[in-house]
Design a protein around this ligand. Sequence first.
Ligand code: V47
Length: 372
Amino acid sequence: MQIFIEDERLKLILERVEAGVRLSPDDGLALYRTSDLLALGYMANLVRERMHGNTTWFNVNRHINPTDVCVASCRLCAFGKRAKDPKAYTMSLEQVWHTAGVGWTEAVTEFHIVGGLHPELTLDWYCTMLRGLKERFPQVHLKAFTMVEVGYLAQRSKLSAREVLIRLRDAGMDSLPGGGAEVFCDRVRRIICDHKITGEEWIETARTAHELGLHSNCTMLYGHIENEEDRVDHLVKLRELQDRTHGFMTFIPLAFHPDNTPLQHISKTTGFLDIKNISVARLMLDNIPHIKAYWIMMTPKVAQVALRFGADDIDGTVVEEKIYHDAGATTSRSLRRSELLRLIRKAGREPIERDTLYRPVTRSEATFTVLV
Ligand code: V47
């Protein structure tokens, strides 16, 4: 297939993409600055199909947010609350275990567990929570705690991030989600999340997790006050770490949702920017296997289109999403497995259910087997 590209710069990038040559930071900037979304999508789709053919991955998962109490007060966030806020909640251990089992079927392969930086919950509390989940749901993968939560637990327990990761791993944490990375640039972090670990600390914590044999995901929050250079810098830093560790499974671009945050004067992102971020990520992150179009964040309709613009994963059933809904997301809080299958098939892709580590899952009735 041929595509007509007018922009000379993009033509050169296409040659590099076809030859499988790594794109430079300047190429990344050119990709962000073009309005030729079809050219971007064409190139990203080339790479996506080279890596994954027609496959689109999804999983059956449940989100658990044990607390929204958070000491950080990030301006980007509508989820975190002060401990004395009457609307704040913190689950007991029994409530966490109970929530995990609500609507439970053997189909669930992953619990995605993240929460606020609670000033009183201890590392031991989290380890007991993990052990209790493993006892009750031994076959479920526990994808838990952002690098930011690990950093905070290290600070509170006066241990290194490495030691905290080891204790969490030994208690049952199987991998880490990609949240909290935001944008690594200090100037931006000072404004949107000034109480969080720095970008360098996020990278260092991810490096340590990978060294310990734990896989993780990675994210980038866009559509707030960052510029194109900040985005490219963020992607290049992730790519550099991945060259060393190969520990990232998936990159998830996250669109900023401003409602109910101190930054609510910022306009919502557009579908154009959402799709562009998927394509640029696929092209720049040549060493990260998967690019996820998180349907909660981009809506199922835009996520479906993203499957033709570089994305090979649409995330999962989710069940009870809170972080985006507190910030004004209008999508539903969960999708049925059958609806995920329909969305993927209607995009002309072949759905393959996966576990968290991207091993295909086959099902008969309500049971499942993981094919290694
Ligand atoms: O860490 C917080 C971001 C993240 C807002 O690893 C916001 O598979 C937009 O990381 N508007 C949580 N974004 C979500 C996340 C995630 C989601 C799905 C899959 C995976 C994975 C990870 O959402 C936070 C923060 O970066 N966030 N507030 C907001 N107002």
